[in-house]
Write a protein that binds this ligand. Structure first.
Ligand code: TRP
Length: 448
């Protein structure tokens, strides 16, 4: 093992850091509004199916590849298939990391703004807040700065230490909020919307949305799990780790829905309000609650932390690439990548009303994404690129590297894996690429 690259200090440390990457705005901000837009319970059902049958087995492939060759996504592919076009998949991952971080950091900045807004009492309108360029740009800068500061600290000292303390805290606070939200009058209708699947609402678009959301939420499809897997020691059980990461991630998303939908229906709001959902529903919930200003503020603080453990991972992928492949010193390259990402993110920050051009950008067909620049980036990098990346990487692991070799890697440290070996090999070679391919065809059908 190359001791200069760093390694997780313990199994728990790795699971929490990877769960920290997975758990973020994707669970608490994105999941509920996508559920709301896609008709509620039916989407939740499809989502869970996607996590279990696609997300989790696919995650094993990324982790196995990363631990086997101990590189970033580009270097891992290069180590297995030197000088081939497959390297492009690695570059796509590095680019996607920057792409996601550029809009994710903007939303994380809003979250930080709400820590203060909740404490200050009247939170005021959300639309006005995100349309105001100066505070939004400053909060975005602040968030990217914090992210870079922690990534600068390296693997176990920076990323791991923070995740260990703060993710469990978020979990506990959310458990308390479930109870509160479900005692509100009229909240029962929210639970029905959320948990009672109306199967007639399932369409091709719902299924793509569920798959894209599963990859986004589990941090898959851009080589993040290759990168984090590269810091895992050979004694560790990747299979159980991946199981816990997926479980925690899905639990937090599920819990977010158990808070948001009851609260939303109790207030008579519309579940398909889109990306603003959480920022409108939750402040309303806190406003009614005794001590709500403080609870609300703490909630947005912990949500910011959850976002931070995700942005750290997003920045880590391009940084690991520059450190491994371009021999750049970590302490310098972190700041360069952060600055570039910030600049790429400025149009997203200005696309919520501050600037007409970016607000009505509309380069993509309107059925795929809203016209604002942020939503278009979110579709391109937060859905499309992850799905394409996962398709290519599953073929790479299943056929180019070889599912047998990947399975041998997974069996290291995990005696139980051999019970699932045959099924897993079938999934990574046939089932996962086939399902993704069909869903993509359907998407291009929409294009045509
Ligand atoms: N999973 C994170 C969330 O749900 C976002 C994220 C972090 C991510 N790292 C990633 C998404 C890597 C895809 C790939 O908020």
């Amino acid at each position: 093992m190359d001791s200069n690259r760093g390694q997780w200090s313990s199994k728990v440390g790795f699971i929490l850091a990877a769960a920290g990457s997975a758990i973020g705005l994707g669970n608490i901000w994105r999941f509920p509004y996508i559920v709301g837009e896609n008709g509620g319970g039916a989407f939740v059902l499809i989502y869970i199916i996607m996590v279990v049958f696609i997300g989790l087995p696919y995650m094993l492939a990324e982790l196995a590849l990363g631990r086997s060759v101990q590189r970033n996504p580009v270097g891992s592919i290069e180590a297995i298939k030197p000088k081939s076009a497959w390297k492009g998949v690695g570059y796509l991952g590095v680019l996607t990391g920057v792409g996601i971080l550029s809009f994710y950091g903007v939303i994380a900045g809003w979250t930080v703004g709400y820590i203060y807004k909740m404490l200050a009492g009247r939170p005021g309108g959300f639309a006005g807040f995100i349309a105001d360029p100066i505070p939004v740009l400053i909060l975005f800068a602040f968030f990217i700065f914090l992210t870079a500061l922690i990534v600068n600290g390296g693997i176990s000292g920076g990323i791991e230490r923070w995740s260990k303390i703060l993710i469990p805290l978020l979990f506990i606070l959310m458990l308390g909020l479930i109870i509160y939200a479900n005692t509100l009058k009229g909240s029962g209708k929210g639970l029905i919307f959320y948990l009672n699947p109306d199967l007639s609402k399932i369409t091709g678009k719902t299924i793509l949305a569920a798959l894209g959301q599963a990859f986004f939420s589990l941090s898959l499809g851009m080589g993040l799990m290759i990168t984090y897997g590269s810091y895992v020691s050979k004694q560790e059980n990747i299979m159980t780790s991946a199981f816990y990461i997926s479980l925690f991630d899905t639990l937090i998303a599920f819990i977010a829905g158990l808070i948001i939908f009851p609260a939303l229906f109790a207030n008579g709001l519309n579940p398909s309000a889109g990306a603003k959902l959480v920022f409108v529903v939750l402040p309303d919930l806190f406003a009614k609650m005794p001590g709500g200003a403080l609870v609300g503020s703490v909630f947005f603080l912990l949500l910011s932390v959850a976002a931070l453990t995700s942005t750290i991972s997003l920045l880590e992928v391009p940084v690991a690439y520059m450190v491994d492949e371009k021999k750049q010193p970590r302490k310098k390259i972190v700041w360069v990548v952060a600055l570039v990402t910030y600049i790429i993110g400025i149009p997203s920050a200005l696309s919520q009303g501050a600037n007409h051009f970016f607000t009505d950008f509309g380069w993509l067909p309107s059925r795929l994404a809203s016209a604002d620049f942020l939503s278009e980036m979110s579709f391109l990098f937060g859905d499309f690129s992850l799905v394409v990346g996962a398709f290519l990487l599953s073929i790479f692991v299943g056929w180019v590297w070889g599912a047998e070799k990947a399975a041998d890697e997974l069996a290291l440290g995990s005696a139980n894996f051999n019970r699932f070996r045959k099924v897993w090999i079938f999934m990574i070679r046939f089932f996962i690429p086939a399902v993704i391919f069909i869903i993509l065809l359907n998407l291009f059908g929409i294009f045509g």
